[in-house]
Write a protein that binds this ligand. Structure first.
Ligand SMILES: O=C(O)c1ccccc1NCC(=O)[C@H](O)[C@H](O)COP(=O)(O)O
Length: 232
């Protein structure tokens, strides 16, 4: 499907080093995710998050990510990281997620969900969500697992923006964007050397592949023609 002028948003998640944060912005990434979930090997302390936020280039969002954290933990993280968006990845309900006066994304594990998980159900359960992160892991599990998301498991009636996540890498994100046409894509382990340690070459290739997926135009017989935007 050709979507003239549309740009698939990109979120790099689980950054822990100022240099990785700075590079993400310079590569044109739309958001960086800082993780405060106790279960994450990429967790950062609120005070450290302040320094990471200060390293960020302008016009890039900070997403503060939580998984069943307490109200006080969320408030402390917000005070230091000054995020523009929250992401809740655990059993938090809509009332909890909207308590902090910032827009939020709700993380949803698709593995094993089946047909019971529809857009209608999600929008009814999280009516104030700005959107969803549809992830490759199962319900109740942590993200950042590298488990490949099944495009076929994406509910067909999603009416709010969703970010596709789960096992995305430079080598597979082109096909994922072409197949799902998501609002955005999210990656953690697929651009890492080890948890929290991002690799600059993988980061660059990931962005290049998303841009290539946005750029090509399908020919009459569904083959990939040259870029309709830049003509390459
Ligand atoms: O990334 C984590 O360590 C993490 C821990 C606990 C809850 C959520 C977590 N990450 C959520 C994300 O948004 C990840 O970017 C997403 O699950 C994709 O991860 P990956 O499959 O490694 O690309």
């Amino acid at each position: 499907m050709v979507r003239p002028l549309f740009r698939t948003r990109i979120k790099f998640c689980g950054l822990t080093r100022a240099g990785d944060v700075r590079l993400a912005g310079e590569l044109g990434v739309d958001a960086v995710g800082l993780i405060f979930a106790a279960r994450s090997p990429r967790r950062v302390a609120p005070q450290a998050a302040r320094g990471l936020r200060d390293a960020l280039a302008p016009l890039v969002d900070v997403v503060a990510l939580f998984m069943d954290n307490s109200v006080d933990e969320v408030r402390e993280a917000i005070a230091h990281a000054r995020p523009t968006l929250l992401q809740f990845h655990g059993g938090e309900d809509d009332a909890f997620c909207r308590k902090f006066g910032l827009p939020y994304l709700k993380g949803i594990g698709l593995r094993g969900a089946g047909a019971s998980l529809s857009g209608r159900v999600l929008h009814g359960r999280y009516p104030h969500a700005a959107g969803f992160v549809l992830d490759g892991h199962g319900a109740g599990e942590a993200g950042g697992s590298g488990q490949r998301v099944d495009i076929a498991a994406i509910p067909p009636d999603m009416s709010k923006p969703y970010v596709l996540a789960g096992g995305l890498q430079p080598d597979n994100v082109f096909a994922a964007v072409r197949a799902a046409s998501p609002w955005g894509v999210d990656v953690s382990s697929g651009i890492e050397l080890e948890p929290g340690i991002k690799d600059g070459a993988l980061m660059r290739r990931f962005v290049e592949e998303v841009r290539r997926a946005d750029c090509v135009e399908l020919g009459e017989d569904n083959d990939l023609k040259e870029c309709y935007a830049c003509g390459r």
